[in-house]
Design a protein around this ligand. Structure first.
Ligand SMILES: [Zn+2]
Length: 260
């Protein structure tokens, strides 16, 4: 029988309080993925930089379902790919390539998330990618990077091209592959991923009607994106919208093992 991540002893006493808090929030992010139907068995990955150690990050134990991941079972690696924590699970090679590329290329980024949802894979595989259809789409209008498919991302050379294509954006379509978001906090990367996923699902639903699309004008899309950016730049605005604390309480009520 395979090892159960939830039965691992807690490593809280072995890490800094800041790293422990990051581990709890990252484990919560993993738990929210299947809760919102965004998981792909053990595929895909989310990473968070270790506080005080910008050259180290935490990532999932490869082979464990996301709803089993705990703060203690997360694996710590450095940008060279050395595993710095004890544990029975390896790191996904493609996960290391993608996350080390984003985190080493963007010092402002604390967390990076990647999914293979049906909607995300579908939209990443159509010419033009995301169409600006609804209000929710506008925050991504001319604000969504795109990275051409190169095969399974186990080639270190792809890191430079991932960094180039992401540039200053916090959300990206990995063409023929899926979605990627990042942010200065774990909750920011979560909120962006949740909203991008909803946009992709909406695009598929709208296109499935077969009806002619009503696409707002470029001027209106530009203006609405600016409104989003000004609104989210206000102190605390993003923190009210993402329902992060409520989501953590919800997880804890149902199964608080992610905190251990
Ligand atoms: Zn992937």
């Amino acid at each position: 029988m395979a090892l159960d991540a939830a039965s691992l002893p807690s490593i809280e006493a072995q890490v800094s309080p800041e790293e422990w808090q990051t581990r709890i929030e990252l484990a919560a992010f993993y738990r929210l993925i299947p809760k919102h139907g965004m998981d792909d068995l053990v595929g895909t990955h989310i990473s968070a930089r270790v506080p005080g150690h910008p050259d180290q990050f935490l990532i999932n134990p490869y082979g464990v379902l996301f709803d089993e991941i705990t703060a203690s079972s997360l694996i710590k690696v450095n940008m060279e790919g050395d595993v710095l924590s004890d544990g029975p699970w390896p790191v996904n090679a493609a996960g290391f390539t993608i996350h080390s590329a984003v985190l080493s290329g963007r010092p402002d980024v604390m967390c990076t998330a990647h999914t293979h949802t049906i909607a995300g894979m579908a939209v990443s595989s159509v010419e033009g990618g995301l169409t600006p259809l609804t209000q929710k789409h506008m925050r991504f209008y001319k604000n969504l990077a795109s990275h051409p498919y190169e095969g399974i991302a186990d080639d270190a050379d792809e890191c430079a091209r991932l960094q180039r294509d992401l540039a200053g954006h916090d959300a990206m379509l990995l063409e023929n592959h899926g979605l990627l978001t990042c942010g200065p906090t774990i909750r920011a990367a979560w909120a962006l991923l949740y909203n991008l996923e909803k946009c992709c699902q909406t695009q598929l639903a709208v296109e499935a009607t077969g009806a002619e699309l009503v696409v707002p004008s470029e001027e209106l899309c530009d203006r609405t994106r600016g409104m989003f950016q000004r609104m989210l730049a206000k102190p605390g605005a993003g923190d009210r919208l993402d329902a992060w604390e409520s989501s953590l309480r919800l997880l804890a009520r149902e199964d608080d093992s992610f905190m251990h």
